[in-house]
Design a protein around this ligand. Structure first.
Ligand code: 5GP
Ligand code: ZN
Length: 115
């Protein structure tokens, strides 16, 4: 179920437009507004789960399978040299949007990131 005041619920369900790389009945993958590197994307469920602890196991499995598939496709397309999957839980860990999401961060030689 979506949460009225959650921006990622609105983006995931298409109420706020986004640069969408992939969409199905349960997930949307969008480009991050403040990319760490070229192609930085976010995998988000269309249902609201605040973080990893709230995400049911079947959703967790699907989310990471989709992240793996997207990482493969993006590696081919972007010719990146590596990939980070990042998933923050809690403000202390850097979570700023309380709707579960996985960061897909393509890495390039000498991209200067220290993720
Ligand atoms: P977190 O810090 O919660 O792990 O990640 C939130 C991410 O969402 C950040 O990388 C931030 O740049 C991105 N973000 C926040 N608001 C928006 C938005 O409205 N649209 C998009 N495309 N990305 C957003
Ligand atoms: Zn939400």
């Amino acid at each position: 179920m979506k949460k009225d005041d959650c921006i990622f619920c609105k983006i995931a369900n298409g109420e706020i437009p986004s640069n969408t790389l992939y969409e199905d009945d349960s997930f949307r993958v969008i480009l991050d507004l403040g990319p760490a590197t070229k192609g930085h994307a976010l995998v988000m469920p269309k249902e609201h789960f605040g973080n990893l602890y709230e995400l049911p196991d079947d959703w967790c499995q699907k989310a990471f399978s989709l992240a793996k598939k997207m990482a493969g496709q993006m590696t081919e397309k972007l010719h990146c040299d590596g990939f980070n999957l990042v998933q923050n839980n809690g403000a202390t860990a850097g979570q700023t949007v309380p709707h579960f999401h996985i960061h897909l961060i393509p890495r390039y030689e000498n991209d200067g990131q220290t993720i």
